[in-house]
Write a protein that binds this ligand. Structure first.
Ligand code: CMC
Length: 428
């Protein structure tokens, strides 16, 4: 392939260089387009064809169903690594040595206390508040308790900010859940592993010892790893674009949490469970809901199906389906909605509407069933996604700041009124 792209506009022709990634993905570098063409821009709503950056963190091939963090396959990481190792890998680029991992964990534990005044903010929320709203607000509020901005030219400063948020975020996650459940806010214990401590903070009752179930711990580790990064998705792009204005890390993360909340993105895991529950209440007639999903006059979509990038099986969904079977089996939970989910999947995989549009189950289709088996309330599902995505957001923010990327500022094609004279109110 020639390494230039040629563009003809009227009489004039222009050449633009091609950029190639390490997996041979190709982009046309249009940085000079507007200047060279006297104002012509590209338009691409939803950025379906637009690369926003070069990134060395996550590779995914939606056609082949491949997902890799820093070159390691998601299947291998989910089987062999734990969440903290994956977090380190994503953020710093290499798997940690034993010493590096221990130091990282020790530094995180050292910062894992939030200012006690955060409790007052939580107190002010009504119990009906959605925990994603609580989490986004509290993450933003952390800025007030940690006002000094990160000097991104100092590795030490950057590291300090990263371990701070890795330490405090699980506390906020657990407290968001305990708030809606009316449970006293607690800290876990620094003697525990990262994921064990999250579980303790979430589930420990004030009047009994909390014993960690290894099946649940193992499943949670996997779920967090599977959610840890997914290149330039909506929330990650939000974190990068907010951070590109040099807003701080915590403020950028708070914006990312809001982006994740939507049902077309991370909020889908809650929406899936509500959908499956509604189908069960309605007599379990999956065919009826398949028909609704295909009816263009009906806004209903089969939640947990389809993906902007995957046009083949979402590799995360394959792993999660196995984990769901295992966890429900091991915990002895019989959840009728697992059967409804499997039924929907079977029908969709052989239905021309879904086959033609390449709509497969995505990461959110089975995750809610596992969370429910673990005793996590449905409103918390997207919060669990955020907990998993935290290292990915941090890694992407760090890459963007270290790369000295310019402020994100798209252009537009204006389609409104041309210039008109102002009329006084009496003349309108
Ligand atoms: N149910 C029924 N039809 C669908 C669905 C669905 N879940 N998803 C896409 N379609 C149809 C859509 O109507 C369109 O049909 P047509 O070509 O006839 O107009 C076609 O498939 C292409 O859909 P699109 O909306 O143009 O695709 P997109 O890339 O803009 O949207 C999506 C991707 C994930 C937002 C969409 O598939 C969807 O809404 N899925 C349900 C929500 C969901 O599960 N989201 C979680 C995504 S994975 C977690 C994450 O990383 O956020």
């Amino acid at each position: 392939m020639e390494d230039i792209a040629k563009l003809q506009i009227g009489e004039n022709s222009y050449e633009f260089p091609l950029v190639k990634g390490t997996e041979n993905e190709v982009a046309i570098d249009v940085k000079t387009l507007r200047g060279a063409t006297n104002g012509v821009i590209t338009i691409d709503p939803g950025y379906k064809n637009t690369g926003a950056c070069l990134s060395a963190i996550t590779f995914l091939d939606g056609e082949k169903g491949i997902l890799r963090y820093r070159g390691y396959s998601i299947e291998e990481l989910a089987e062999k690594a734990d969440f903290l190792e994956v977090a380190y890998l994503l953020i710093f680029g290499e798997l940690p040595t034993k010493e590096q991992l221990e130091q990282f964990h020790a530094d995180i534990k050292d910062k894992a206390i939030v200012d006690d005044d955060v409790r007052k903010i939580i107190d002010a929320f009504p119990k009906s508040a959605h925990p994603m709203g609580i989490l986004s607000s509290l993450t933003s509020a952390l800025t007030a308790f940690n006002p000094s901005s990160v000097n991104v030219d100092s590795e030490e400063d950057m590291y300090r900010a990263i371990v701070k948020i890795m330490g405090k975020f699980p506390v906020l996650v657990a407290w968001a859940m305990r708030k809606i459940q009316g449970m006293p806010l607690n800290y876990g214990s620094n003697s525990l592993g990262y994921v064990e401590n999250v579980m303790t903070m979430m589930f420990a009752k004030p009047n009994e010892d909390y014993v960690i179930n290894p099946i649940v711990k193992n499943a949670l580790d996997k779920l967090l790893i599977l959610h840890a990064d997914h290149e330039q998705n909506c929330s990650t792009s939000t974190v990068r674009i907010v951070g590109s204005s040099h807003a701080g890390l915590f403020a950028s993360l708070s914006a990312g949490i809001s982006a994740l909340w939507g049902p077309l993105h991370g909020g889908a895991n809650q929406a899936v469970l509500e959908m499956l529950e509604a189908i069960k209440q309605d007599g379990g007639d999956t065919k009826k809901y398949m028909a609704k999903a295909k009816d263009k006059n009906d806004p209903f979509r089969l939640m947990g199906f389809g993906h902007r990038v995957y046009k083949n099986f979402d590799p995360r969904a394959k792993i999660i389906k196995e984990v769901a079977d295992q966890v429900l089996n091991d915990l002895g939970v019989e959840d009728p909605i697992l059967e409804i989910a499997k039924g929907l999947e079977q029908e969709a995989l052989s239905d021309p509407y879904f086959v033609d549009r390449k709509l497969y189950p995505n990461v959110d289709f089975y995750s809610g069933i596992i969370y429910r088996a673990m005793g996590i309330p449905v409103e918390m599902f997207t919060v669990m996604f955020a907990l998993g995505r935290l290292p990915g957001w941090i890694a992407q923010w760090r890459e963007m700041r270290l790369g000295k990327e310019p402020i994100g500022r798209p252009r537009q094609i204006y389609t409104g009124e041309n210039h008109r004279e102002f009329k006084n109110i009496s003349q309108r």
